[in-house]
Design a protein. Structure first.
Length: 305
């Protein structure tokens, strides 16, 4: 883990800090995917603390406004999805980078596949699942998401630092596996007739139906034929994932069964990863991502056919 260059602001590292009746969320559903704020606090005080990654996105039409805040979780490194962990040469935003480029980005942050990693973002649950997907599909085995993200951490008055820590780059690029979970626009088009997988759209019901606008005004709203709408917001509650039981109920209400092969889509590959993580939490295993999502579908011209 990279050394911390900024002083911490707040209380000392102790899992007993700030535990009140209002923190009952800390003792609810956790998993191999999620870690609670107080469990992370304990891990940061250990002899081998995890690497903490901040995968927040800046305010934009696709990311709801949050106040500018330089407070970070102690030791946090900047996981820059837009400028570093996406293919900047791609036509579509947030496109999965080539494996070699991902290796270089991980080398620069000092990330190795065997590292224990905790990811968060500043909206509770928004862009951190994208970072989780990028790393786990590249072969990282010990990656967790901070339940409730930075907002929950701050609400508990847990320690913070001002600004990011300095990364300690690896001496060589880590050997990562190619991401085999991506589905292309041609495969999505072919699936309309063949139905090899169920396409799950994470956008709002208004955007899916065409009644509401897309955040990018140059794109029409609507949906891909035969896709199912499961807005990512329905899987969340107060910045946390809902319980495994509630997620399973919502999935089954869309006739999405654990044995199904599910492919997730959204506007440009960010919130689809929220539904991906929710599906993992509910025990679904056959998962893919339409990385280009609605943006790629519209730019392919197939929405007009």
């Amino acid at each position: 883990m990279a050394s911390i260059k900024c002083g911490w602001v707040g209380l000392g590292l102790s899992s007993k800090v700030g535990v009140t009746a209002s923190n009952s969320r800390e003792f609810s559903f956790m998993s191999d995917i999620l870690i609670s704020a107080h469990d992370l606090l304990d891990r940061l005080a250990s002899d081998a603390p995890p690497t903490v990654l901040d995968a927040s996105l800046p305010n934009s039409p696709i990311a709801a406004h949050v106040p500018e805040d330089d407070r970070k979780i102690p030791g946090a490194l900047e996981f820059d999805i837009e400028r570093v962990f996406s293919d900047r040469e791609a036509v579509f935003p947030h496109t999965l980078p080539l494996t070699e480029a991902l290796e270089e980005a991980c080398q620069g942050l000092g990330l190795a596949p065997d590292d224990e990693i905790v990811i968060y973002d500043n909206r509770g649950v928004y862009s951190s699942p994208r970072a989780y997907w990028l790393l786990t599909q590249a072969g990282f085995k010990k990656v967790k998401l901070l339940d409730g993200g930075l907002p929950h951490w701050l609400s508990l008055s847990l320690p913070v630092q001002q600004g990011y820590s300095a990364p300690a780059p690896l001496p060589a690029r880590p050997a990562l596996q190619a991401n085999e979970s991506v589905v292309s626009v041609d495969e999505v088009y072919d699936n309309i007739a063949r139905q090899r997988f169920k396409l799950v759209d994470a956008r709002s019901a208004e955007r899916f139906s065409g009644a509401g606008p897309e955040p990018r005004p140059e794109f029409p709203s609507g949906h891909i034929p035969s896709s199912v709408n499961l807005p990512f917001t329905e899987l969340l509650e107060n910045g946390h994932f809902k319980s495994q039981e509630e997620i399973s109920r919502l999935m089954r209400s869309r006739e999405l069964d654990p044995s199904d092969h599910l492919t997730f889509s959204c506007g440009s590959g960010i919130t689809a990863c929220i539904v991906w993580v929710a599906a993992e939490l509910a025990g679904y295993e056959h998962l893919s991502l339409f990385d280009g999502s609605w943006t790629a579908w519209v730019m392919s011209g197939r929405h007009e056919s």
